[in-house]
Design a protein around this ligand. Structure first.
Ligand SMILES: CC(C)(COP(=O)(O)OP(=O)(O)OC[C@H]1O[C@@H](n2cnc3c(N)ncnc32)[C@H](O)[C@@H]1OP(=O)(O)O)[C@@H](O)C(=O)NCCC(=O)NCCS
Length: 380
């Protein structure tokens, strides 16, 4: 045992990989995918193009994008085996766990370790989208609606989720949210994916590990927790008193704080701009949620920012999720539909130079001792 060993709790401040996929500028508050500012990608790009960018670390040519888009679209189609499984499990309210199970089944024990396995990556990204949309569709009493060849990825998600009908103005919101959530370095879920991938498990199982790790409220589950929190608060007027009582009880305010950002989360800024752009289409639920969230941001920042705790993206996304019709128990699942692009990109990148992830623990238990037979132990 090394006497110099130091445990980095929560791996805080520890670099675990080198990667060309994403840069988080924590000083300026900016996020780049393979060198491109995510703000510019949100403005000018599509989820299809961003998924290609993350997987290849370069933008596609026109013909490459067309080919990638059509492969993605073809993989959105579900077979009867998928639909049967979805129907059988649709009443299970835990959407995220269902997605993990469906991913593992999709892999069906395929071999892992191939850094060039784009086919699996594209299929996994597309299937996550159609599983998500179809789960919501079946739960609302409808049936599977196959994707359309003339629709983009974001359009197909809305189309399949709503059984054909969707509002045109929501396509931009959905596509922008997909881009914004697609990648963020090595948060817990991506790390979990890499740990699994490093054993040369298959891509689908590695992604399933990411999905299940996304679930917790300290990570991807924060948007659902932040929505539930707004409902509990109930009105903008109650915010100051509510925040004070939470802090007095040493409880956390959901949608605040980040391991990496000790400034305002740049993704939250983009989400707020998107809300402002589409404010005219807000219904009364979204408006009320907006008032509470704004009050929470204002008061929360006043008391928490001096400690480097600022609003994060999950404070604001529930408003957009509700606007585009994502049920509150499926916010995190929507996040997974997007982040799968980042997980897949990291897994393939890691397999280029795979090394089993196997950290150490510093033993603090008893030193080797003599085994006493049961009848000789005190109290026997
Ligand atoms: C995301 C998160 C886990 C990152 O935090 P971290 O780097 O692990 O730091 P810790 O959880 O150890 O918190 C450090 C201190 O800040 C406080 N803190 C962190 N986030 C807080 C929050 N949202 N509300 C109130 N206090 C908070 C902690 O209570 C702790 O205080 P202490 O030093 O007095 O014990 C944390 O900010 C959090 O739980 N936020 C709420 C959940 C959330 O929105 N997650 C989505 C992230 S995108």
């Amino acid at each position: 045992m090394s006497v110099h060993a130091h445990v980095f709790k929560g791996l805080e401040g520890v670099y675990v990989i080198d990667s060309a996929i994403c840069l988080i500028d924590t000083e300026k508050g900016a996020l780049y995918y393979a060198g491109y500012d995510v703000r510019e990608l949100v403005e000018k790009s599509s989820f299809e193009e961003v998924a290609f960018l993350l997987l290849h670390q370069r933008l596609p040519t026109k013909s490459e994008l067309e080919e990638f888009t059509s492969r993605l679209r073809a993989s959105l189609n579900l077979e009867s085996k998928h639909i049967e499984t979805l129907r059988k499990h649709a009443d299970n309210k835990d959407t995220l766990t269902m997605l993990a199970m469906l991913m593992v089944l999709e892999g069906g024990g395929k071999k892992g370790g191939d850094p060039g396995d784009l086919e699996a990556a594209i299929n996994a990204i597309a299937k996550m989208g159609s599983f998500f949309s179809t789960i919501i569709r079946i739960r609302s009493g409808g049936d599977y609606v196959p994707p359309r060849k003339d629709l983009s990825f974001a359009e197909n998600i809305l189309y399949m989720m709503n059984g054909g009908e969707y509002r045109r103005e929501y396509v931009e919101i959905l596509d922008d949210l997909l881009i914004l959530h697609a990648e963020h370095g090595v948060p817990a879920s991506t790390f979990a994916s890499l740990v699994t991938a490093s054993t040369l498990s298959d891509l689908y199982s590695s992604i399933a590990a990411g999905i299940l790790t996304l679930k917790g409220p300290l990570h991807g589950g924060a948007s659902e927790a932040s929505y539930a929190q707004a409902l509990r608060i109930g009105s903008a007027e109650r915010v100051p008193q509510w925040v004070e009582s939470m802090l007095a009880e040493k409880k956390k305010i959901m949608g605040f704080g980040h391991r990496v950002y000790k400034i305002y989360d740049p993704r939250a800024t983009v989400v707020k701009e998107l809300i402002a752009k589409h404010a005219a289409t807000m219904d009364s639920e979204a408006k009320k949620l907006y008032e509470i969230t704004q009050a929470l941001e204002d008061y929360g920042q006043k008391v928490l920012a001096p400690r480097g705790i600022y609003p994060n993206i999950d404070l604001w996304t529930p408003i957009l999720y509700r606007m585009i019709g994502v049920p509150p128990d499926s916010f995190t699942a929507f996040f997974a539909v997007s982040r799968i692009a980042g997980w897949a990109a990291h897994i393939l990148e890691y397999w280029r130079d795979n090394k089993l992830i196997r950290p150490l623990h510093l033993y603090v238990g008893e030193q080797p001792r003599k085994y006493l037979p049961l009848e000789l132990r005190e109290g026997s």
